[in-house]
Design a protein around this ligand. Structure first.
Ligand SMILES: O=C(O)[C@H]1NCC[C@@H]1O
Length: 342
């Protein structure tokens, strides 16, 4: 056996969505801040290609690189690599990273509750983990400040006519469409249609509406399309279905923590959700994330919420990714049969 690199990975999923964690074998990328380091990873592409492309990855895979934190309050930092983006923050990935850090013993676990601070590329996130018998059973993440951008904007989508959409930021940027009025019941058999349509809607929103984060001049596009279900009010608070189309054309298996944060920001802006209320989002596979608005703030001159999301993650295995120097595809490959909505 010979290899020019060995990358140590602990694999995990959060409520169904894969979020692997690189725990060793990669030197920290250059950059003064975690954001700058994440821009380097996005530009350089070699690590992204190595772990996300076939034969080691696939369109379903997200990989997080642990790096030494820069902020004095942070216990750990991570750079998120998604199929097409290297984003400021991710709900499912932050829940996977927290679970791997605690369940594998990289950070000490205190039962029944462990509190840690993570540094995501977009900023600090405080994490509270409910822990029992050596397992982080539920992770609560205080996500980045989230805000509604445009409400009831018109969006032309070829073949669909003019849709009325909202746009919002919840640690990543969303165009939000009303699933019931588009004929979706948010059931598992709709995944392919949602992936295909979602990519078209995201592309149309990027072309016609545009997104600019008031405090992060580098984040100037919509990453995702959220198909938002109707809100039902029950004894435990609000509940809704959620399916997020991720570029280049797959559906998040989890209910998407950034989407839940963005949705809560929109509901708050419309006066339909109050501070302290709980909203549970249900994914196409029936998994759930719960969210709460724990405070309000501003981002630039926009009113924003401080969201908390929670969900569960499980470790699925360990891998050592290697590269034989004679392998003709050191950065792997993508083909459109699986990479991209067809
Ligand atoms: O939960 C989330 O926010 C994410 N899941 C995969 C894509 C998003 O970053």
């Amino acid at each position: 056996m010979r290899s020019t690199k060995t990358i140590h990975v602990i694999s995990a999923h959060a409520e169904g969505e894969v979020g692997d964690v690189i725990v060793g074998g990669v030197a920290p990328p250059p950059g003064e801040t975690i954001w700058e380091q994440s821009r380097w990873i996005a530009r350089d592409k070699s690590l992204r290609n190595f772990v996300l492309n076939e034969p080691r990855g696939g369109v379903f895979r997200h990989v997080n690189l642990l790096v030494p934190p820069k902020h004095p309050e942070a216990d750990a930092a991570f750079i998120i690599m998604e199929p097409e983006d290297t984003p400021p923050m991710s709900g499912s990935n932050s829940i996977c990273v927290s679970t791997v850090l605690l369940d594998s013993g990289i950070l000490p676990m205190k039962e029944p509750v462990t509190e840690i601070t993570l540094e995501a590329p977009g900023g600090l996130v405080r994490v509270r983990a409910e822990c029992r018998d050596g397992k982080a059973e539920r992770i609560f993440v205080r996500n980045l400040p989230s805000f509604a951008d445009r409400l009831d904007a018109g969006l032309e989508v070829e073949g669909l006519g003019t849709l009325t959409v909202d746009t919002a930021y919840g640690g990543d940027s969303f165009v939000i469409v009303d699933a019931p009025s588009m004929g979706f019941g948010l059931t598992a058999d709709e995944a392919h249609d949602i992936a295909r349509l979602g990519v078209r809607i995201t592309n149309a929103a990027n072309a016609q509406l545009g997104f600019h984060h008031p405090e992060n001049p580098d984040w100037t596009h919509f990453s995702f399309c959220l198909f938002a279900g109707a809100i039902e009010r029950g004894e435990e608070g609000l509940r809704t279905g959620a399916a997020v189309a991720i570029q280049p054309g797959k559906v998040d298996r989890s209910p998407t923590g950034t989407a839940l944060s963005a949705r809560m920001a929109v509901l708050k802006a419309r006066g339909k959700m109050a501070e302290g209320e709980q909203l549970t989002a249900v994914s196409l596979i029936g998994s759930t994330f719960s969210g709460r608005i724990v405070g309000t703030t501003t981002v630039g001159d926009r009113p924003a919420i401080l969201p908390e999301i929670s969900g569960r993650a499980w470790i699925t295995g360990m891998h050592q990714h290697m590269l034989d120097p004679s392998d003709p595809w050191p950065e792997g490959y993508r083909l459109t049969d699986t990479w991209g909505a067809r």
